[in-house]
Design a protein. Structure first.
Length: 385
């Protein structure tokens, strides 16, 4: 756009210079010829840049077009400057062609354009030649300035794009770190809940069980004393109630400590030799299905790494109105695992069919390489939460 503005200004300054030219038919045609030459140069310059950006390097037609444009541009500018030697009126727009020669880097024409004013000076229009020479020098400076401004703008855009990419990369990394931190905190919380449940079960539960047995033994020993036996029975009932409450609390705490999404994410992240991703989109996953999914994913990861020599795995668990869908895709060699037909596949199939679901295993469709484990679990009454 800057070049277009400069060329419009130079064309406007060339119109008053026609008053210094001798009266001739060329004075009428000079503006039109200058516009045609300058417009052709701009179109060819933009066409060459577009062909270089869009055409493949091996295409023959774009290469021939680029060669033609490289020859045509200096030829058009040289034709106008040669015509200015014979028609002094054309010298009024020589600064415009000088600007184009410098802006488009048209080789020797960047320095030879003043020769086009010799005919004008010899014909007696020295004022026109001198004014055109001065304006042409200013046009060359303007062309260099515009080229420098455009280069600085391009550099600024590249710098801005680089900064934007760095900012997006840092944002993505910060989000990943935050998600990983949340996952680690969640894993730590769940692990602590599991530890507390285990401690209560192993310590308090055993002590209450021993107390219940002792009370029952005392009740048997003092059967001949009805009053004492009744009191011991009341204490035993209280201990039984306390033991039941502790067991219920331990089971609730253990259930809360099991989160399928966190468990799967931790399992995939910590599995050796495999880089995995998890897409978990299930809000109400029943515990039997969750346990089966975790077991299938663990077995699939082991098979993919051991038998298929896989290095990456993508796990997805999706919830649909009538069923849950589990898909595990890896980049390993499915033929090896299918050929071995190991117990791992049978175990995974048993876990899915036990809940009324389906199970399948096979290679990925071409051109993708790898294998896929696919299982579904219906939302029946038996597996609803």
């Amino acid at each position: 756009m800057d070049r277009i503005v400069d060329e419009i200004v130079l064309f406007g300054l060339g119109l008053p210079l026609l008053l210094l030219a001798p009266a001739a038919p060329a004075a009428v045609a000079a503006p039109l010829l200058a516009l045609i030459a300058t417009g052709a140069l701009e179109l060819l310059d933009r066409g060459e840049g577009g062909a270089q950006r869009q055409a493949p390097a091996s295409a023959a037609s774009p290469v021939r077009a680029a060669r033609f444009i490289r020859v045509a541009r200096p030829a058009i500018a040289a034709a106008y400057l040669i015509a200015a030697l014979a028609a002094p009126a054309l010298a009024a727009f020589v600064p415009l062609l000088a600007y184009a020669a410098v802006a488009q880097n048209l080789g020797p024409l960047r320095f030879l354009w003043p020769a086009a004013l010799l005919g004008t000076a010899v014909s007696g229009s020295a004022a026109l030649a001198a004014t055109a020479l001065l304006l042409g020098a200013l046009a060359c400076l303007a062309a260099r300035r515009t080229a420098k401004v455009q280069a600085e703008r391009a550099s600024l855009r590249q710098w801005r794009d680089a900064v934007q990419e760095d900012r997006l990369a840092l944002t993505e990394r910060a989000r990943d770190l935050a998600e990983r931190q949340d996952l680690e905190v969640s894993c730590a919380v769940l692990a602590e809940r599991a530890r507390i449940a285990r401690e209560i079960h192993d310590n308090v539960g055993h002590l209450l069980t021993r107390s219940v047995l002792q009370m029952e033994a005392l009740a048997v020993t003092h059967e001949d004393d009805p009053a004492l036996a009744e009191e011991l029975a009341a204490v035993g009932a209280t201990l039984h109630e306390a033991l039941g409450t502790v067991r219920a609390s331990v089971h609730d705490l253990h259930d809360e400590a099991f989160d399928p999404q966190t468990t799967l994410a931790e399992l995939i992240r910590e599995f050796p030799g495999i880089i995995g991703t998890l897409a978990f989109e299930a809000e109400s996953l029943p515990r039997p299905v969750a346990l089966a999914v975790v077991a299938i994913v663990r077995e699939a990861l082991a098979n993919a790494r051991t038998h298929g020599r896989a290095t990456s795995v993508a796990v997805s668990l999706l919830e649909f109105p009538g069923f849950y869908q589990l898909a595990i895709e890896d980049n390993g060699r499915a033929a090896n695992l299918v050929g071995e037909g190991g117990l791992g596949l049978a175990s995974m199939e048993e876990r899915a069919t036990a809940l009324g679901g389906t199970f399948s295993f096979g290679p990925l469709p071409p051109p993708r390489a790898g294998s896929r484990v696919f299982a579904t679990f219906p939302k029946t009454q038996e597996v609803r939460p």
